[in-house]
Design a protein around this ligand. Structure first.
Ligand code: NAP
Length: 231
């Protein structure tokens, strides 16, 4: 059976392109979106090109939705090989940490930190059934403490915490042979990245790299384009 890969926030942007690239590689792809209709239309386009891509509703900020998605994947596939935590919100360039609206900060964390965490908890039993399980947390170099300055506080804090989660999960899941890594796609010309960034296909390749790691590949790392980034 093909490698079963699930991508969150995959109805547009990087997640969508990651699904397309994994589909081209022969994976059975579960293309998820918080709107089932949006996921359907993205998946249909890929399926009509001959790729094995199925849509599924999954809102990472909604515990019931995540639990229901995990139930559906268990019933349909019985396991999960690759979980890509891609969904994210609130690139809050308009805010400063020193004057931030904490409601905005907490809302961002619901999707960018607790969303991936919730997804890992829900899908872990299915990942443990896999022979080559991988978790990819889509992060950002903005979360690197080494080079961190001011600004973009909700996004930056949520992604820095996601990096911390990546380290903890990698350590705890090493005994289950689950490789867990954080990946930065670079500055990419999506709705979030805006014009001027690199092509979506290049950013997606940076994410797909971590999904395809061999069993003796790295875990608990932070990468862009397959090269380590400073934490
Ligand atoms: P994007 O174009 O804004 O797409 C974000 C995706 O996340 C959309 O599909 C959106 O769905 C989905 N989403 C938002 N909230 C969700 C939720 N609660 N549950 C499920 N899906 C949800 O962003 P992108 O540029 O592709 O970014 C993808 C990832 O790359 C993110 O983790 C981002 O932080 C990271 N990243 C991007 C850049 C860049 O330059 N673009 C740089 C560094 C890191 P809706 O259509 O329903 O809103």
């Amino acid at each position: 059976m093909s490698t079963v890969s699930l991508v969150t926030g995959a109805n547009r942007g990087l997640g969508r392109e990651v699904c397309r690239q994994l589909g081209e590689l022969g994976h059975a792809v579960i293309l998820t979106g918080r709107s089932l209709n949006a996921a359907r239309s993205a998946a249909e386009e890929m399926a009509s090109a001959g790729l094995d891509v199925e849509p599924l509703a999954l809102d990472v900020a909604d515990p019931d939705s995540v639990a229901e998605a995990a139930r559906a994947v268990k019933e349909r596939y019985g396991r999960l090989d690759v979980l890509i935590n891609n969904a994210a919100i609130t690139y809050d360039t308009w805010q400063r940490a020193s004057s931030a609206d904490l409601d905005v900060v907490m809302e961002a964390a619901q999707t960018n930190l607790y969303g991936p965490w919730r997804a890992v908890l829900a899908f872990l039993p299915l990942l443990r059934v896999s022979s080559h399980p991988r978790i990819v947390n889509v992060s950002s170099e903005a979360a690197s403490l080494t080079n961190m300055g001011g600004g973009i506080p909700a996004y930056t804090a949520s992604k820095a915490a996601l990096n911390a989660l990546t380290r903890m999960l990698a350590a705890e899941l090493r005994c289950d042979r689950i490789l867990v890594n954080a990946v930065c796609p670079g500055w990419v010309a999506t709705d979030m990245g805006g014009p001027g960034g690199r092509p979506v296909a290049e950013g997606a390749e940076s994410i797909v790299w971590a999904a395809l790691l061999p069993d003796n590949g790295p875990t608990g790392g932070f990468f862009r384009d397959g090269r380590p980034l400073p934490w």
